[in-house]
Design a protein around this ligand. Sequence first.
Ligand code: SF4
Ligand code: MG
Length: 334
Amino acid sequence: GDNLVEIRDLSVTFETGRGPVRALRNVNLDVPRGRILGIVGESGSGKSTVIWAMLRLLAENGAVTGGRIDFNGRDLLQLDADALRAFRGAQAGVVFQDPMTSQIPVKSYLQQFLDIAYRQKASRAEKIAHAIAMMRRVGIPDPEQRIAQFPHQFSGGMRQRTGIAMALLMHPDLVIADEPTTALDVTMEAQVIHLLRELQREFQTTMMIVSHNLGLVAELCDEIVVMYAGEVVERGDIQSVFANPSHPYTRALIDCDPARVLERTRILPTIPGELPNLRHPPRACVFVDRCPHAFARCREEKPRLNKADEGHVAACHLLDGVRPVMHAAAPAPA
Ligand code: SF4
Ligand code: MG
């Protein structure tokens, strides 16, 4: 099909001492082949949980309680341990938020590259040559020497570039990145975004980027998914969503300060109110307590993902053709 990844009705729950937290509820999203999808949301939105569920690396108290995650037509949630290892190593490369904690401090980069390539049918010399070529491709100077070094001997920007080289080493179909530039300053961040964009074109890789930085997503991604409190509230083509944000939450984020959003200096602006308690998620619209347009139906019925434009949907009753009656008494349920 046209989609490399199809997530259907994915639900994840974390058990806590104070009861189960329903962190994802019926999440649906597609990642078209050869495109870059950005998943945005504030902390607690579940954006990282989507990718950790995909990689089957949820924290121990977390479990998928429903749904499926199809990758090339196979449900990742059904893979056995061997198939899962192959998926993580060769089919999906992961770029982590903080390479200092994800890279192995006591192993040289050479050893880490060889570990990633362990299944590859190639000689050690070929594997090393390939790793050096990848380091050069991501902009590491003197890679023949630097590959023998350890993570602490690299600057933050070089560590993340090397992390990207590791993720791409096996030419995976999919690259998954969780807040890939959070540990970097603005200049480095711009370079890393540019690099990811170039590599995507060069390798025709499909990418999923999780970020709380709308400017980064606007610049890097082709498609966007906006998450709020464990649900997808809007998704679509990046131009369409930025030109015509159709969920009140997305609108609040983008309208807040569009110039600064595009300057990439801006993390998600703060909007009034708090995330709902995910021990008792709202039965109807997840945004109702913070929405300036809420009307009676919003507390009674969960909005579907309604069409806002071609290939662009938002989970809001306002798109349903039914205009709210502002300031009127709530209609009695029929
Ligand atoms: Fe606001 Fe209602 Fe739309 Fe929810 S469904 S976002 S409360 S208008
Ligand atoms: Mg996160």
